[in-house]
Design a protein around this ligand. Structure first.
Ligand SMILES: C[S@@+](CC[C@H](N)C(=O)[O-])C[C@H]1O[C@@H](n2cnc3c(N)ncnc32)[C@H](O)[C@@H]1O
Length: 219
């Protein structure tokens, strides 16, 4: 059965290079099934911390006859995946604090993977900080719009990364990203309007960071 993904999962799927993939926090399992069905992955390990979620992925794989190429495993983060067992780890649809914790636990256990494709719902800056600690470098860092929301999508590979604080906050390639500039201008205007009515230190700090980032945007 062919499957259609939304814009967010399509963007994530397009970033996966052919090979062995782990989809951590797979829930419905649609991404893994799509990767197998479109031959974008040789095999998928779909993991989830919730048995209820994993059941959906298991049924999807079973009903479509792909259980030999799509395994399901229960567990927290990368605990069910061994060091180097897959080429690409996808973690999408979780908060940046959870994703960075999952990556840090794997790092502490000396697990290495060639690529990460990460899409935090919140706190992308925590994920970028952890990527630097992983000795991975960012090769893709953009925002995809889906269902009226904006989602950060990041791809990494092994290598040394140096990001300044503005890149950590706004994305490795924010200086050349037209959609970042548009989003930052909207956020700046919104926050400046609030500041006209109330003084707020946190808001003021964010305004200064947005101004500094916008001043660096090229073109
Ligand atoms: C919102 S869904 C995202 C599903 C899919 N990855 C996507 O992007 O559409 C989050 C899933 O992550 C699972 N999850 C949450 N914390 C987890 C953890 N620490 N390890 C593994 N899975 C986790 C949840 O059970 C849930 O199925």
């Amino acid at each position: 059965m062919p499957i259609r993904l939304d814009e967010r999962l399509t963007c994530i799927a397009n970033l996966v290079d052919y090979g062995r993939v782990a989809d951590v926090g797979c829930d419905h399992g649609k991404l893994g099934y799509y990767l197998i069905g479109t031959d974008r992955a040789s095999s998928v390990i779909a993991t989830d911390i919730s048995e209820g979620s994993l059941k959906k992925a298991r049924e999807l794989a079973y009903e479509n006859g792909v259980t030999e190429r799509m395994q399901t495993r229960l567990g927290d983060g990368l605990a069910p995946v061994a060091n180097g067992e897959v080429d690409t780890v996808v973690i999408a649809g979780l908060g940046g604090d959870v994703i960075s914790r999952i990556l840090a636990s794997a790092r502490e256990e000396r697990k290495r993977f060639a690529h990460f494709v990460l899409s935090p719902n919140t706190h992308p800056e925590k994920v970028r900080r952890e990527i630097v600690s992983q000795s991975h470098k960012i090769v893709y860092d953009d925002i995809v719009e889906c269902g009226g929301k904006r989602y950060t999508v990041i791809k990494t590979e092994e290598g040394k990364e140096e990001l300044d604080e503005l890149q950590i906050l706004f994305g490795a390639f924010y200086k050349d990203n037209a959609s970042f500039a548009e989003y930052a201008k909207q956020e700046l205007e919104y926050k400046q309007n609030i500041l006209k009515k109330h003084s707020d230190k946190e808001l003021l700090d964010r305004v200064e960071l947005l101004k500094a980032a916008l001043a660096n945007v090229r073109g």
